[in-house]
Every structure is written in C-alpha cells, then in structure tokens.
Design a protein around this ligand. Sequence first.
Ligand code: FES
Length: 104
Amino acid sequence: MTIFDIGTLDDFVHGEAAQVKRGDRVLVVVRIDDDVYVLDDRCSHEDFSLALGEVDVTTCEIECSRHGAMFNLKDGEPTSFPATRPVAHYDVLHDDGRLQVVVS
Ligand code: FES
C-alpha cells in the first residue's frame, strides 16, 4: 500500500477539480465542502483529463469535458454514456490536517 500526501483541505477549492501528480500517478482531486474525492485523472472512455471537467456538487459527480460522460466521485462509476467503465477511485485519510490518498 502506498500513501500520498496531497496537502490540506485549504489547498483545494470547493466544487473545483484539481490535477495532482504524485509518483507515477496523475490524480483528479475534488473538494465538496469538507469532503475530498480522488480519482485517476483519466476518463475511461478515452484518454482525457477529468480535471478539465465541471463538478456537480449536488450529485457529487464530475463531467468529462470531452464527450460529456459523468462519473460518481464517491466510487468512480460512470453515470452516463459514452463511458461504460469506472475510473479508479481512492480513499482519502484525514491525518492531523493533512490529506492522504491511499493507493494500493
Ligand atoms: S473522453 Fe471522456 S467521455 Fe469521451
């Protein structure tokens, strides 16, 4: 198991997606209120950055800006076409104010 420190809650803006690179991973990080969600920053439809997409804070989804597929930020599952496969999702630990992403 590998753990990546990605900073603090204040490093991320509510409702906006941010790309974070750690090691050989490229992640998309989304803060909604005090919750933080992390997925691989690669749409499962084609190789495209999800960090460029819009976040729907009411449904907790991110939209791929290339063809419009939506993904649930809580588990990486697609919620609309054209994507049919999930994007990898990672747990986030809150450790004394630091956000840590658990990558297996
Ligand atoms: S590349 Fe994301 S929906 Fe097509």
